[in-house]
Design a protein around this ligand. Sequence first.
Ligand SMILES: Cc1ncc(COP(=O)(O)O)c(C=O)c1O
Length: 367
Amino acid sequence: MRIPMVDLHAQYLEIKEEIDNAIGEVIQKSAFVQGPFVEKFEASFADFVGTKHCIGVGNGTDALFIALKALGVGPGDEVITAVNTFVATPEAISLAGARPVFCDVDPETMTIDPDLIEERMTERTRAIVPVHLFGRVAAMDRILAEARNRGLKVVEDAAQAHGARLGDRAAGAFGDASTHSFYPGKNLGAYGDAGAILTSDDDVAVWARKFANHGRSTKFGHEFSGLNSRLDGIQAAVLSVKLVYLERWCDLRREHARSYSRLLQGIEGVVCPELPEDGEHVFHLYVIRAQRRDALRDHLASSGIATGIHYPKTMADLTAYRDQWDADRDFPVATRLRREILSLPLYPEMTAEQIERVVAEIREFYF
Ligand SMILES: Cc1ncc(COP(=O)(O)O)c(C=O)c1O
């Protein structure tokens, strides 16, 4: 029995009829780019997260780039973000013309350490981009307080946290804007690239929508130069079907995470992720810290169990950014974590037997 990291085919089979009908309808109506299916999804996703506006765009990287620009971030500005993220986060900051300034993370939550944000601030700091990494909401109360003190904008990178909550608010409803990726493997995934910007600020929403559509508000009324980054009808229709299941899928992810943590108890050499009580984690990834991580990974691979490392390098280790930082010195926590972390298979359709099998193999490796 091989166990993959995610099984999108199993998910498709569960909702096949609805998906096939939804895609068929878009084709019947030739509503390929923007149009009623996009409008419907935008309205329901804004409602789900609790913001006034949702602007569907081509992918999560564009979403972040456009949101930053819409909030006035540009050349000469600095934007503080977590050093352990997918490269798209600093890439979008650079694309907007600003400089990404990395910050180390909390060892437990693995999200940006709010105690360290202030020392990264300069007179050029314009915004903070917390990343809700692995599906866990960053320490938003503290981050918003830091931002308010300095008049900074906050854009949540919520690419990995669809459905997560902190108190009574959803991931994506805290900042001046939030950005979402619907890459197929995400908790809410399309059948291709797709993304969205959420905001309750009318001006940000209007500007972002125009910018993502060639800077226009009418067919040939191009007010400024923008780009082409629009959500397409087929992706929107798929997302509308899946949004109805998102809460249930998040519950299953949490249930599987609890099973892993219970079964892994007592294995010396493995540290499990925290299991926050209040729904603040939706386990896009279940990430353990493991002694002899690479050997464990090889052992699991030889037993047919896929694993991942998210991410093998911090942003400060990448060729694109490393000349500005010394990762060991500047980011000791993220540097330690990147050598220990291992993402285990986790997706809603996983069975109890599959989880037991993964844990049995881990146990065998350490005993
Ligand atoms: C944290 C984070 N930010 C941004 C992105 C970029 O999203 P996309 O791949 O849709 O451009 C991703 C997803 O890949 C991500 O995981």
